[in-house]
Design a protein around this ligand. Structure first.
Ligand code: GUN
Length: 287
């Protein structure tokens, strides 16, 4: 079997084209939806990501507000900015780029974002609403991963889903979404005993551990769907660097039924889902 390669880039582009159409209809009777992004410090990866967000926000016809604070900014300063944006009528979505410098309590900052503007879905109210299946803002990477799974499998009820990684950003919310689809869900992590055997039972595998090519092809169940959330920069043989996922992609091609590449899989979906959440926040808040 040769795995189908799930083209996240193409699916995310199609999503943004649909969003652009919706935004153009919406702005006939209300102001442009607005997304505010705050980045603190000078982590190069965060800046690349934030620039890409701003560009795509504008491309779908929304307003982009960018705030760059120095690494020395205080928690108080950041909380003040969040409070200002909570009360800014032009702003429908607020995203505070993670990681934050160590002297800032990230949890406190995420709790300060108005839940209705929490387009990352990280506020405890949204976490609770998603966990109870009562709506709420769904975190972008799990949402994008679910769209990719659905692009190759209509009905996933009853399938074994294994998530490797238990982060609040990906692993835990991904488990909630898969449970809502009636999968039998396992969350594996660094302390899991016999990880290859756990992974081997997965009809749907979501790898989100941040360890380059940790999941080997021989672990993967034949015929499974493999979603690789990892984005790891590693040294390439030519002396340069390259991006690889958490899954040894090449080894899975003759085992999995479908697999996401890195780059070009889950990554591009995250921003499209962020824009979708922003549009949703705008329509809900201004209805
Ligand atoms: N850093 C890495 N991924 C994310 C994300 O999805 N949201 C935020 N706010 N920061 C991130």
């Amino acid at each position: 079997m040769v795995a189908k390669i799930i083209d996240g880039k193409a699916i995310s582009e199609k999503m943004r084209a649909g969003l652009a159409k919706e935004v153009s209809n919406l702005v006939r009777h209300m102001p442009k939806p607005g997304l505010a992004v705050i980045v603190v410090g000078d982590d190069p990866a965060s800046h690349v990501y934030v620039r890409s967000k701003a560009k795509q926000t504008i491309e779908v016809g929304m307003e982009s507000f960018e705030y760059q604070l120095p690494a020395s900014a205080s928690e108080h300063q950041l909380l003040d900015l969040v409070a200002t944006l909570n009360n800014d009528e032009r702003v429908d979505g607020i995203l505070v780029q993670l990681p934050l410098p160590h002297h800032i309590n990230a949890e406190k900052v995420l709790r300060a974002i108005a839940p209705a503007k929490d387009v990352d879905g990280f506020h405890p109210l949204n976490v609770g609403l998603v966990a109870t299946g009562s709506g709420g803002m769904v975190p972008c990477t799990p949402l994008g991963s679910m769209i990719l799974i659905k692009s190759v499998r209509d009905n996933i009820a009853g399938l074994n889903a294994v998530i490797v990684g238990r982060s609040n950003i990906v692993g835990k919310p991904m488990a909630q979404l898969l449970l809502q689809e009636s999968c039998t869900v396992t969350i594996a992590h660094s302390r899991t005993a016999d990880l290859p055997a756990v992974v081997g039972a997965a009809d749907i595998l979501v790898a989100a551990v941040g360890r380059p090519e940790m999941v080997r092809g021989t672990w993967v169940k034949p015929g499974s769907v493999v979603i690789d959330v990892g984005i790891n920069r590693v040294a390439a043989p030519d002396g340069k660097s390259k991006l690889v996922g958490d899954v040894a992609f090449g080894e899975c091609l003759d085992r999995a039924a479908a697999i996401t590449p890195v780059p070009g899989g889950v990554g591009p979906m995250t921003i499209s889902c962020l824009l979708q959440n922003t549009l949703r926040a705008a329509t809900a808040r201004r209805a």
